[in-house]
Design a protein around this ligand. Sequence first.
Ligand code: CAA
Length: 296
Amino acid sequence: MKNVAVIGAGTMGNGIAHTFAQFGYNVSLIDVQFASLEKGLATIEKNLDRQVAKEKITEAQKTETLANISTYTDMEAGVKGVDLVVEAATENVDLKLQIFKNLCEVTPTSVILATNTSSISITKIAAVTDRPDKVIGMHFMNPVPVMKLVEIIRGYSTSDDVTNSIMDLSKKLSKNPVEVNDYPGFVANRILMPMINEAIYTLYEGVAGVDEIDQVMKLGMAHPMGPLQLADFIGLDVCLAILHVLHDGFGNPKYAPCPLLVNMVMAGKKGIKSGEGFYSWGHGTKDLVIADNFKK
Ligand code: CAA
């Protein structure tokens, strides 16, 4: 595999494009909005500058990485000649099903169709395609250029050949792929989201404040970010959507989202992306400032 299309230039899409391009793949970055492509490319450039400053890559590697990326607003043009498509569009089931149907019209059946979904069923997505054996989950973690894990999710019909080639490909990106099966939340979010939800319940019930909860998990469990900071980083709307998938998928009340999380998302407080969540992010992401609602 040498030619890869990435659909969606948002946080995950631009990180995935960055990573493939850095390891020498020709990347077609596709988004419906030209402005999103420009923003995605600017983010890739900023993150490459960070890697140059930290002496992880050279200035020449930065230039090569950027040269490996072409941008498209037209899906058909973007997927021409690719061996693999990695879909990283908004986490919306109807949108993803439509994209996969469209992909079947514009790519030969030899092309592997991967999705970076964080919780939507791979089997459900595969069922709308003409090649369910070639549909697979390739779940990268944010920030993609830094995090070593790729959770590789086998749908009900995903073939051994496709799974093995995506495992090998992930290793070529200097990642550690881990193979899991297709059940709600897969593994990463089945474990991560109940922890985040429990942290929010702990705050909601007044057991401790934002700072205390995050300090306990950072200092006591050596997590790089506390669960509330991590929730702001992932996006509270994304956390809520994943909890709904777990709750609906298993029918177990232990996955019911905390009412505080539901309220915050309804109020538009989605974390870093909206400027406020458990913390206030108006000043940037360097310093942690507790949001007014949670100040003591
Ligand atoms: N691109 C490239 N490099 C980046 C980067 C990016 N977007 N973001 C950070 N870095 C690099 C920095 O240059 C730095 O490199 P060195 O180690 O060489 O110095 C390193 O990453 C650490 O960055 P910083 O020093 O700026 O900041 P930090 O030490 O606070 O680390 C962090 C930042 C890596 C994000 C760290 O806080 C962390 O690991 N947080 C937890 C992240 C996490 O849990 N991600 C998973 C979220 S869940 C998910 O993605 C899946 C889902 O379905 C919800």
